[in-house]
Design a protein around this ligand. Structure first.
Ligand SMILES: [Cu+2]
Length: 130
């Protein structure tokens, strides 16, 4: 049963590269990501971001690997990256350097321990100059 599920997932990931895969979306719908940003209000410089990953039952999802990518909406900015560490079960924290005032879009690249990859985005708006 387990092996059968794994092969379905592998097939799904292969198909997803071509034209998306419904099964992948279903299997990931249980994942909830909430985020905290400090300081508040946000300002240019080192910014702490902590993500909480939970399943459909509200249980923490442990053992994931999460990379944060920060981008601004306008052209010509170099993306900023930070690798998180699991600071508590299901909680992933990193410090990211917001290099300019304005609105930032953060993408969390999440690799779950069963091998599935998910991306979620959220905004940090109105980052102020120091
Ligand atoms: Cu910018």
């Amino acid at each position: 049963m387990l092996a059968r599920r794994s092969s379905l997932v592998a097939l799904c990931l292969g198909l997803a590269l071509l034209h998306g895969c419904r099964r992948q979306n279903e299997s990931l719908s249980y994942l909830t990501i909430t985020h905290e940003v400090s300081p508040q209000p946000p300002r240019v410089g080192h910014t702490g971001i902590t993500l909480s990953l939970t399943d459909a039952y509200g249980k923490p999802i442990t053992g994931a690997h999460v990379i944060l990518e920060g981008n601004m909406s306008h052209a010509g900015m170099v993306p900023v990256y930070a690798e998180t560490t699991e600071v508590a079960p299901g909680r992933y924290g990193a410090t990211i350097e917001l290099t300019m005032a304005g609105d930032w879009n953060i993408t969390a690249h999440v690799s779950l321990k069963d091998g599935l990859n998910v991306e979620r985005q959220f905004e940090i708006k109105g980052v102020a100059n120091r």
